[in-house]
Design a protein around this ligand. Structure first.
Ligand SMILES: O=C(O)CCC(=O)C(=O)O
Ligand SMILES: [Fe+2]
Length: 332
């Protein structure tokens, strides 16, 4: 062992050696961005500026309070910042003006027919917005709005942000329904809902990667249009199936290169034994060795359990029993 988790903690990519770095996925492929230029509807989305009229006044207040030196007690920062559960925070983020501009732009990108790489292997309809030319605008938003807040809430992981991987996800009843449990290849994840109308499609949180309660349920967050949620990338989470309508979210994975160089969890030293059997809602079909001991194979899910690694050998809870991965007809 002794292998860093970077390869397989992310659901992104196919396996250890395929997990992309930001350098690969965003910067070196300007093709979609170059081709999309003539289709742009809102050129201001491709500038390195954030218009005041885009940002919810509540977020401006939160940022001011964070800069004024309040500590990480959300109540002391500002009433607009809500602690959903320890380590998961939400706040009003974008105005209707931004949302309608952004959504029109994404619709225009889809209509252009320009091929886009998908943000991850489990998402067939998202778009990496950095690749279509929005990186400068997102960088500005990250530095001016996400970072000051994240730095107060997650001082170590957000001591600096020097890169980001930014993308949209989209779910509808006839396309992708949701997203399997996973952790993000980010230090801090920002996730804002940009519409449209939908029911279901909540976001379920479990514990931190490698902690004894990694696969214990901790919170169900109901997305609201315009509201953002902020959490560490190492927090296990998954998007519950949408029941009706369409949900689209913009997600920014912020990276702190210095922090991750030193602190990335290593299987051999930092991982702790699980405290007990997982809560079924926290199970990941893609990543968990014992998934089929508790749940049936999800309907319509392509095979793809060859990366199942959790819990790592030696870290299993009492009573753990590996099930045959090929068996689809398990209990529950
Ligand atoms: O759909 C969501 O709200 C979360 C998606 C997500 O966790 C991801 O794309 O990493
Ligand atoms: Fe995620």
């Amino acid at each position: 062992m002794g292998q860093g988790l970077s390869g397989f903690l992310s659901y992104f990519g196919g396996g250890v050696s395929q997990a992309p770095s930001l350098d690969e996925d965003d910067k070196d492929i300007p093709e979609a961005s170059r081709r999309y230029k003539t289709f742009r509807k809102h050129p201001e989305l491709f500038d390195s500026r954030i218009l005041d009229s885009w940002v919810a006044p509540e977020l401006v207040e939160i940022v001011q309070a964070c800069k004024a030196g309040f500590n990480c007690e959300p109540r002391e920062i500002c009433p607009h910042l809500r602690e959903e559960v320890a380590g998961v925070y939400s706040f009003p983020c974008f105005t209707k003006e931004f949302i309608s501009c952004f959504n029109e732009e994404i619709a225009s990108f889809y209509a252009s027919g320009i091929p886009a790489r998908r943000p991850n292997s489990m998402n067939n309809y998202g778009v990496i917005v950095n690749e279509i030319g929005m990186r400068p605008m997102i960088t500005e938003f990250q530095q001016k709005y996400i970072w000051p807040v994240a730095k107060v809430l997650f001082p170590k992981q957000a001591s600096q942000f020097d890169d980001h991987h930014s993308f949209i996800v989209r779910y509808t009843a006839s396309e992708d329904l949701g997203l399997d449990m996973h952790t993000d290849d980010s230090d801090v994840t920002f996730n804002v809902c940009l519409g449209h109308e939908f029911t279901g499609a909540t976001l379920t949180f479990c514990g931190y990667m490698g902690a004894p309660d990694h696969r214990k349920a901790s919170h169900v967050y109901a997305h609201e249009v315009g509201r953002a949620v902020l959490h560490l990338g190492s927090r296990r989470h998954g998007a519950d199936d949408i029941a009706s309508g369409t949900r689209m979210n913009l997600i920014v994975w912020s990276h702190n290169k210095a922090w991750r160089r030193v602190h990335r969890l290593r299987l051999s030293d930092d991982y702790e034994k699980e405290e007990g059997p997982p809560d079924p809602v926290c199970l990941s079909y893609t990543h968990d060795r014992d998934y089929l001991a508790y749940k049936k194979k999800p309907v319509g899910r392509a095979a793809g359990r060859n990366r199942a690694w959790c819990p790592p050998p030696g870290m299993e809870y009492e009573g753990f029993g590996d099930k045959d991965d090929d068996k689809d007809d398990a209990i529950l």
